[in-house]
Design a protein around this ligand. Structure first.
Ligand code: SER
Length: 313
């Protein structure tokens, strides 16, 4: 039987790119997009869509049955900065939506699920450079606590009930098709939008705040890569470290300036997101992902900058 895939959060930053790639690989009709929001008419015409609240267990089950879904990519979450403003809502959304699907996989209604974690699962006492897979994890944000808890629950459902759940700890993700919302790493997308408009960028992180980041094509490659890997290669069932490059706002600004002469970043808008970023790693060691299922990124930092500017123009 052909795989039938459901992507939750299909209108979000990752979902937009992921649905496109999955439809290329599996065929438009085999990939059901779903989101709380209605998509554009153009996106609706590209393939099946369900308007769905991932918190509503009954509605979720109806959609799974209606389409004969076998695989789920669960991309619904409230990101770090927003969840700090509404902690209980963030916790509830991030955990309830996960449990709704873990229960369906436990009961045998779906066979495989992807659920993303994040560098936010690490904390201020984690070694900041070349952060290993196994280390101190003491997240200091609601989002990070929900990601670490979710990782542990995914591992539990795998060990206890044999559920095939797979995950990655994404770094900050940079893309041009859809803007992120409510994250601490969003500056690395916002800055490009200002640069192509010929405006200065007022950065909300301090100029030497180094963070691990990844270009969206590589994030999609990693996501589909871990989902298509033979189950025995996916030895870690919490979530895998994956890495690409790291930079500071100052370094990113300099690279953009090379392509957009006259572009300037000002550090007069630094806010509470800088403290969130200060509790996260600066670079990630992803040797387990490379060794176990062959992960390797394609884009260098310089290539990402050129590609972002070309596509946004
Ligand atoms: N990009 C996310 C955020 O900034 C981290 O995973 O919240």
């Amino acid at each position: 039987m052909a795989d039938k895939i459901l992507v939750l959060g299909s209108s979000g930053q990752i979902g937009t790119d992921l649905v496109e790639s999955l439809r290329e690989a599996y065929g438009n009709d085999n990939v059901v997009a779903s989101d709380l929001r209605e998509p554009s008419a153009e996106r609706l015409a590209q393939g099946p869509f369900e308007q769905l609240n991932a918190m509503d267990a009954e509605a979720v089950f109806e959609v799974i049955k209606k389409h004969g879904i076998t695989q789920v990519y669960h991309l619904v979450a409230m990101l770090s900065a927003t969840a700090e403003k509404m902690p209980m809502k963030g916790w509830d959304l991030n955990m309830t939506s996960l449990f709704n699907f873990m229960e369906l996989i436990k009961e045998g209604h779906i066979s495989k699920m992807y659920w993303p974690s994040s560098i936010a699962a690490f904390g201020p006492n984690t070694p900041v450079n070349d952060t290993p897979q196994y280390t101190v994890m003491d997240p200091g944000t609601v989002y990070g606590i929900s990601k670490l808890s979710g990782e542990l629950w995914c591992d539990y459902y795998n060990k206890k009930y044999g559920c095939d759940i797979r995950g990655l700890r994404y770094p900050g993700l940079i893309s041009y098709k859809t803007e992120p919302g409510g994250g601490t790493t969003d500056y690395a997308v916002d800055i490009f939008h200002k640069a192509v408009k010929g405006e200065d960028y007022h950065c909300f992180l301090s100029e030497d705040r180094r963070l691990p980041m990844m270009y969206m094509p590589d994030a999609i490659k990693a996501t589909i890569g871990i989902m298509e890997a033979p189950a025995e290669q996916v030895k870690i069932r919490t979530s895998y470290n994956v890495a690409s490059f790291s930079f500071t706002p100052r370094e990113l600004n300099a690279l953009i300036q090379k392509e957009v002469p006259g572009f300037k970043t000002l550090y007069d808008a630094v806010d509470e997101r800088d403290a969130i970023a200060a509790g996260w790693p600066q670079s990630i060691n992803d040797s387990e992902a490379r060794a176990h299922w062959g992960w390797k990124p394609d884009f260098s930092l310089e290539a990402m900058v050129k590609d972002m500017l070309k596509n946004l123009k």
